[in-house]
Design a protein around this ligand. Sequence first.
Ligand code: CA
Ligand code: CA
Ligand code: CA
Ligand code: CA
Length: 495
Amino acid sequence: MHRPALCLFASLMTLPACADGELPGIPPWTGDDAATADVPTWRPEGEFGLDQPRGALVLGDAEGSHAGWSVAPAGDLNGDGFGDVVVGAYSDARGGELSGSTFIFYGPLQGDLSASNADAVLIGEGAYDYSGWTAGPAGDVNGDGMDDVFVSAYGDDTIGPGSGAVYIVYGPVQGQMSLADADVKILGAAAYDNAGIAAASAGDLNGDGIDDLVIGSYGADAGGPDAGAAFVFMGPISGHLNTNNAHVRIDGVLPGQWVGYSVASAGDMNADGRDDLIVGAVGTPMHGEDTGAAFLFLGPITSDRTVLQADAVVHGAAAGDRLGVTVAGAGDLNADGYADVIIGTPYADVDGMVDAGAAYVIYGPWSGTRGAHQANAMFTGTDTDDQAGFSVSAAGDVDADGYDDVIVGVLHDDRGAADAGAAAVFYGPASGVRSVNDADLSFLGLTSGDRAGGAVASAGDVNGDGRSDLLIGAHGYDGRADDAGAAWLVLGGGF
Ligand SMILES: [Ca+2]
Ligand SMILES: [Ca+2]
Ligand SMILES: [Ca+2]
Ligand SMILES: [Ca+2]
């Protein structure tokens, strides 16, 4: 009988031994009940091409810049009361080859826009920084009442090759600036740590009313070579730091575990008033190499720990699945007061289709150990190499029925054209197994290689009409130039 490597490791370390599919100290999953909801009177449904205007289109302006690799709401960076949008282009060359740029557009935005006309541009410091790999709202990390924005650059080499960095720029943010002038720079502590492969606002993990930031660093070595780590910085955050200055570190325990490949706020999964944290570890070898796992840590989180002290874990179904490439809070899909999460596994094989991909929903409260097949809902790709779950996000409440919804990127969906990609919205409450072709609402890429859905996000309500808006990145879109990329803002009121 196969013995999970993590448990084998635990017993080697004289920690309690554990049975198949369990981590020490974390009891197994025991099942739950699915929720049902009435269908609302207003609900957009069906398949839509991204050529049908429903908001705004941001076009990358340079060949190969891959704008839309990351998309996110940014909070309100200019203080006008409207939410703003960030579009990352990790291979933009404004600051040098592959330095990357991050484009900020103030809400409300409408019609066709170009990266060249962004309200603010944050430019990578140097060649091969990959800045804008992720970018998004930092909350208000300096406590001055203005929202702040973070940008990651996992290729930054200030400490050594691939040490990585995450920047914070305090609001108000406007005009062009080099990230060298960012208000905060957090460096990876060592070469090849790749700090900033993931980063996210962590909500308020220690309950002091100031937002906190979590940084993924899959190459960190404290728990073994490339065991990886997630680093939590409690606000207020200022100045030049490195990951050794983190208030809390969460380390992997196995070589190559790649903890911190993804990180996100889970919301409040146990409804205790404290935000919780989810961390992906794609190299976790539960059922063989690169099964992958995602670990939940309940707030308050104020002391260092390893993934063996997680409050809950879900692991992939098979070797090579790499569960946890992406993780996100999902809002509250079943409207029970407990926040839920969604976990992307684009390299999961589905019914023999290699890398068809899947996204798994787990409802709060979540404790114990479970396998991916014990997710509360599962959204699957429909063809070999679809890579469903390449991106995952809360979608807000698109159909305004009181149940939050989710959006799943399908990197290589072929319905629009070969590898045109798609973004699939599933309305809450969701349960059981559904294919992305059976999504409630789908947005399809237009032309071959667009890779729509390479990034997805809830934009909040950018235009203030009370409808939840969506962001869909297509980093392979050729609108202005080959692979210049694009991002769509889809307004919920645009149907
Ligand atoms: Ca601020
Ligand atoms: Ca909590
Ligand atoms: Ca819930
Ligand atoms: Ca809904």
